[in-house]
Design a protein around this ligand. Structure first.
Ligand SMILES: *[C@@H]1O[C@H](CO)[C@@H](O)[C@H](O)[C@H]1NC(C)=O
Ligand SMILES: *[C@@H]1O[C@H](CO)[C@@H](O)[C@H](O)[C@H]1NC(C)=O
Ligand SMILES: *[C@@H]1O[C@H](CO)[C@@H](O)[C@H](O)[C@H]1NC(C)=O
Ligand SMILES: *[C@@H]1O[C@H](CO)[C@@H](O)[C@H](O)[C@H]1NC(C)=O
Length: 298
């Protein structure tokens, strides 16, 4: 098993650009390899799979960062009637409770969305969900790349093949000079390279602007945005929660979900305090997407 992992790892290293020194630790490597089990097709041939990098590390890779922004911007332009549109995929995560790809609730089931909060299914549900998001990003990055003509085309296609959805390490202590909350989520514009030169585009990571016909009746604004209200004390709290989860949960149910499976009644007081489900919610509340008010993934 381990040998298989190593082979896959070497392949990945040999083909997509290798990690900057210090970026990839053994744990990340194992995770990255495991991630390949949740395959999203990046359009590459020959089995090459890039790493899922922390967003600041991705930023260091000029071509992948560029195709990430261009692909993300295109992703958000896809018509909301399409199952692979940003609107429909974001709506899987929470409000508005629209049916994804016409997959209606079963008879007698509530139409309160697909999310599996307060269940041991939550972490595994969320991983498959992110794989779908990554797949949509890849398709759009590749579409952008394939529109490029001339000498530059190979470079863009290559970057799209290697691109994977980055993570944000919210538990990382910021450098004293850096903002606690990454500016890449709040800057109005981003500088990108296009075949016809450098240009500023509206930062696709900053907000989602609903089209008038898209249901956003769950909030009294036309746009969601990331909140800057993420401080050092939030980071310290999240680190403490994470440590408590990793060090005190004795069973997978305790580790994975807020729900108590020991028969205790529902209600906030009887929920498990430290687990992946709770940390996930906490991050949403702190960074926006309006998870703070209602459960929306926008
Ligand atoms: C992009 O925006 C920045 C900041 O407003 C500006 O300094 C820069 O000249 C712009 N670049 C281009 C290519 O438009
Ligand atoms: C979140 O929803 C509330 C309630 O509808 C709204 O007032 C607020 O502007 C929204 N915030 C963001 C960040 O979208
Ligand atoms: C949202 O956009 C509509 C037009 O589509 C406008 O009438 C309305 O005032 C906007 N709402 C807010 C809160 O800006
Ligand atoms: C920032 O977070 C604090 C709690 O940590 C909250 O009381 C406050 O309302 C938040 N401010 C904004 C602008 O969301």
């Amino acid at each position: 098993m381990i040998q298989l992992w190593e082979t896959a790892l070497l392949l990945a290293l040999a083909t997509c650009s290798s990690a900057q020194s210090g970026e990839i630790f053994q744990f990340d490597q194992a995770l990255s390899t495991l991630n390949q089990a949740l395959v999203s097709n990046t359009g590459s041939t020959g089995g090459e799979v890039g790493y899922r990098r922390e967003i600041h590390a991705l930023q260091e890779n000029e071509d992948e960062w560029n195709i990430y922004l261009l692909g993300f911007a295109r992703f958000k332009e896809v018509e909301d009637s399409e199952p692979m549109s940003y609107y429909q995929i974001a709506a899987i995560h929470g409000q508005p409770y629209v049916s994804w790809d016409n997959d209606e609730p079963c008879d007698g089931c509530s139409s309160s969305g697909y999310c599996t909060h307060q269940s041991t299914l939550f972490p595994t549900w969320h991983r498959a969900y992110m794989a779908l998001f990554e797949q949509a990003l890849s398709l759009n990055a590749m579409s952008v790349a394939k529109q490029v003509t001339g000498n530059e085309r190979g470079r863009y296609v290559r970057a799209a093949q290697c691109l994977r959805l980055p993570s944000w390490d919210w538990a990382n202590l910021p450098l004293e000079t850096a903002d606690s909350f990454p500016r890449v989520f709040t800057d109005e514009e981003m500088l990108v390279s296009t075949p016809s030169g450098r240009a500023n585009i509206t930062n696709p990571l900053k907000s989602y602007v609903f089209r008038p016909n898209e249901d956003h009746s769950f909030m009294n604004a036309n746009e969601t945005y990331r909140r800057r209200n993420f401080t050092l004390s939030d980071i310290l709290q999240l680190r403490a929660d994470l440590w408590a989860t990793l060090s005190s949960a004795q069973t997978y149910p305790d580790f994975s979900t807020e729900a108590r499976l020991d028969g205790a009644g529902k209600g906030t007081e009887s929920l498990n305090p430290s687990n992946l489900d709770a940390i996930h919610d906490h991050v949403h509340v702190l960074v926006g997407g309006n998870m703070s008010v209602v459960t929306s993934g926008f």
